[in-house]
Ligand binder design. Structure first.
Ligand code: FES
Length: 87
């Protein structure tokens, strides 16, 4: 599990292994948009304020992944203990 800070509400939520960041954010009442929920459409593209991302989507190009300033929250996860997201 890892934590995600939702900067607009100031909440920090925990994402369990069986959950996506998207699901955890939805459960916390965050405004999120999603379509495919499998990392292929790009709808859930979310700016990353802080933290390392474990990219698991097929939307971002390698250079975009390396930049680490956005992520597809339906499938990608944290590669650190706390991610801060513009949500
Ligand atoms: Fe399609 Fe996340 S909802 S990439």
């Amino acid at each position: 599990a890892f934590d995600v800070e939702l900067i607009y509400s100031g909440q920090t939520i925990t994402v369990q292994p069986h959950q996506s960041v998207l699901e955890a954010a939805e459960a916390a009442g965050a405004m999120v948009v999603a379509s495919c929920r499998e990392g292929t459409c790009g709808t859930c593209d979310t700016p990353v304020v802080m933290g390392e991302v474990d990219h698991r989507d097929s939307v971002l190009r390698p250079a975009e992944r390396a930049q680490g300033d956005r992520m597809m929250i339906c499938v990608s996860r944290a590669a650190c203990s706390l991610l801060s997201l513009e949500l």
